[in-house]
Write a protein that binds this ligand. Structure first.
Ligand code: GLU
Length: 281
């Protein structure tokens, strides 16, 4: 009897689990029902995700992609700040519907979540005081700052095994350690470093003192993150990205944040990705 009861309970649990995941797997329907798309974005990583100090609104390349997807779905966009370390749990726990958070598509991450088509392509470099780093040799045995839970953390450990890696919650904290001389470099995607360099350039105390040497250790294709097996949602997001590409909206967005003639650190010539290389795959 007890065994039979146990079996019935197990079967019921299985059905509930299947139902649960089937329900959870239609984020597109959920979003339309709620009338709002909740996206996990960075809040201190310009030009991808940051909060405008005047309007208090989220702004950036990642943020604009979400606004475009929300518009296509006919719903409002809402933003939740995420860090490199907590973004996947935030998605998997259902606290956000999608991640647009400078996130590199990797095979390990793709075992846990689904990614959209690549919507941005960059590579990992270093932010340093001017003249201190010319090659990876200059980093050997030194302290280097980066963010917890990032690919940057893993790549630098492989590229410079003798370095002491200090992992912070976000990149501005790593930059603070660089300013204070606690690390010789901050390492992450060049596109993120350029945003941090832009902030340093705006401050008279740090203007002209920092640079991004031409030392690259990886390629980082960004994808929007969604829950595993959320097929309708992934298709909707991918279709929207392709439409934005065809209509020229994606190029407009790219030019808005990365055009060489804008008020943007990318004009410093360290950023090599052209519009054609954004890598829609
Ligand atoms: N793109 C890299 C990553 O996904 C570094 C940037 C970040 O920490 O978000 O880990």
């Amino acid at each position: 009897m007890a065994r039979k009861t146990a079996l019935v309970i197990a079967a019921a649990a299985l059905v509930a689990a299947m139902f649960g995941s089937a329900l959870a797997a239609d984020t597109l329907a959920d979003v339309k029902k709620k009338g709002v798309l909740v996206a996990g974005v960075k809040d201190s990583t310009p030009p991808f995700g940051s909060v405008d100090p005047n309007t208090k609104e989220y702004v950036g390349y990642d943020v604009d992609f979400i606004r475009a997807i929300a518009k296509k779905a006919g719903v409002k966009a809402e933003f939740q700040p995420v860090t490199s370390a907590n973004r996947m749990p935030m998605l998997q726990e259902g606290r956000v519907d999608i991640l647009a958070a400078t996130m590199t598509k990797t095979p390990e991450r793709a075992k846990q979540i689904d990614f959209s088509y690549t919507y941005f392509l960059t590579g990992q470099k270093f932010l340093t005081k001017v003249g201190t780093v010319k090659s990876l040799k200059d980093l050997e045995g030194k302290a280097i700052g980066t963010a917890k839970g990032s690919t940057s953390e893993q790549n630098v450990a492989k590229a410079v095994p003798s370095a002491k890696i200090l992992s912070f919650d976000d990149y501005p904290q790593a930059v603070l350690a660089l300013i204070q001389g606690k690390v010789i470099a901050v390492t992450t995607d060049e596109s993120i470093l350029a945003g941090q360099l832009g902030k340093l350039e705006k401050n008279p105390a740090s203007k002209g003192k920092f640079e991004i040497p031409d030392v690259q250790i990886s390629e980082e294709p960004y994808g929007l993150g969604m829950r595993k097996g959320d097929t309708n949602w992934v298709k909707f997001v991918n279709d929207t990205i392709l439409e934005m590409e065809k209509s020229g909206e994606a190029k407009k967005l790219f030019d808005k944040y990365f055009a060489p003639d804008g008020d943007n650190p990318m004009k410093r010539g360290t950023f090599k990705i052209t519009a054609d290389e954004r890598g829609i795959k």
